[in-house]
Design a protein around this ligand. Structure first.
Ligand code: ATP
Ligand code: I3S
Ligand code: MG
Ligand code: MG
Length: 317
């Protein structure tokens, strides 16, 4: 493969281009035979090739049409990833369905999801629905749609029944699980997997519940990395948190990748404080912020090379 060069076209929002397409990535990929080429949305896609691979985070009927046309004319090229597979992550209710299908080897760690219910615009008697499904306060209210908009990240922690009145359906109500204030973010790029610790919401001891407000709103709390935090308590909490076993993380990541039929995603996982080896997946994101991983260019180039090998295999079939 050494003398062959590969052209990887990409389409990303401008913010994502600034964070992901850094010189370090362009250069590292180039040194390894991969040329990263921006796709111009003002021109037909099929006129801009040849491309061995197209990676993207873009939706809408026009782009879908262009991709379909490209795939028909270039059957050996690899699309990372198919729009239909990506769109499954846009609904917070269904995005976690696959987690329940995972079969984790061994009997020490378990994987699951928190109890959750859907609340539509016309839902009545919310409190009845909550109690009948075995949900207990506090609960987290998440917008049903996770499409990358600022609104889709607007969460509310509902501490008491009175707080339910302040919610704006359609939402998913999810059991809040105490997890020691630290979340594990697992970045997946094909077979390459990296788990990092991030700040999360602090635990809420049952005896404190009565002293708190009815409803607390928050947004993208885990984006604050350990380095960004001035607060020493949080930095120490993150430092001290024990990572989940890497064999377990890789097993979950690989099975999720197969079930979702996606190459590029991350998932947020918490460890139940009450049952130490019980892990819960609470969120899955398409094409997350890989540049937040130290030396992300090495991980991403290794992934690009795997795709290049797959492309060569397709050509020789
Ligand atoms: N069920 C839960 N129990 C405890 N904490 C939770 C739960 N769900 C979410 N959280 C906390 O709320 C944060 C935001 O929730 P979530 O990850 O679903 O939102 P998001 O906006 O999709 O995040 P991202 O920025 O990763 O896309 C999590 O990072 C975690 O700190
Ligand atoms: O812009 P949308 O489609 O909402 O996707 C976001 C994800 O929801 C976040 O999870 C990403 O941050 P993390 O990489 O820290 O998970 C976040 O990463 P970024 O802000 O670094 O691009 C985004 O990918
Ligand atoms: Mg999240
Ligand atoms: Mg998310």
């Amino acid at each position: 493969m050494s003398e062959r060069r590969f052209r990887f076209g990409y389409v990303l929002a401008s913010k994502k281009v600034s964070s992901f397409i850094q010189d370090s990535l362009i250069n590292h990929a180039q040194e390894n035979g991969i040329d990263l080429v921006p796709i111009d949305l003002d021109k037909p896609l099929i006129e801009q090739g040849p491309f061995d691979c197209i990676f993207h985070k873009l939706y809408g009927p026009e782009w879908r049409k262009q991709l379909e046309e490209f795939a028909l004319q270039n059957p050996t090229a690899i699309i990372v990833d198919p729009i239909d597979a990506i769109e499954k992550l846009h609904n917070r209710l269904t995005m976690l369905d696959v987690v329940n299908e995972l079969k984790i080897a061994g009997d020490s760690e378990t994987i699951g999801i928190p109890i959750q219910i859907f609340v539509g615009e016309n839902s009545e008697s919310l409190l009845d629905a909550i109690t009948s499904q075995g949900l207990h306060f506090p609960v987290i209210a998440k917008p049903l749609i996770a499409n990358g908009s600022a609104d889709s990240h607007q969460m509310s922690l509902v501490l008491k029944p009175e707080g339910l009145q302040g919610l704006k359906p359609p939402i998913v109500l999810q059991e809040f699980v105490n997890h020691g204030g630290v979340i594990f973010k697992v970045y997946v790029a094909g077979e390459h997997v990296k788990c990092v610790k991030r700040r999360s919401l602090p635990d809420i001891p049952e005896e404190k519940l009565g002293m708190l407000e009815n409803l607390i709103s928050f947004s993208q709390i885990s984006n604050l990395t350990a380095q960004d935090q001035n607060d020493d308590t949080f930095a120490e909490l993150i430092e001290k948190a024990v990572m989940p076993p890497s064999r377990f993380v890789t097993d979950v990541a690989n099975q999720l990748r197969d079930a979702l039929k996606l190459h590029l995603f991350n998932f947020d996982m918490i460890r139940d404080e009450k049952v130490g080896n019980r892990y819960l997946v609470i969120d899955i994101n398409y094409f997350p912020g890989y540049a937040k991983i130290p030396n992300y260019e090495t991980m991403m180039t290794a992934f690009f090379l795997d795709i290049a090998r797959e492309k060569l295999n397709n050509e020789s079939r």
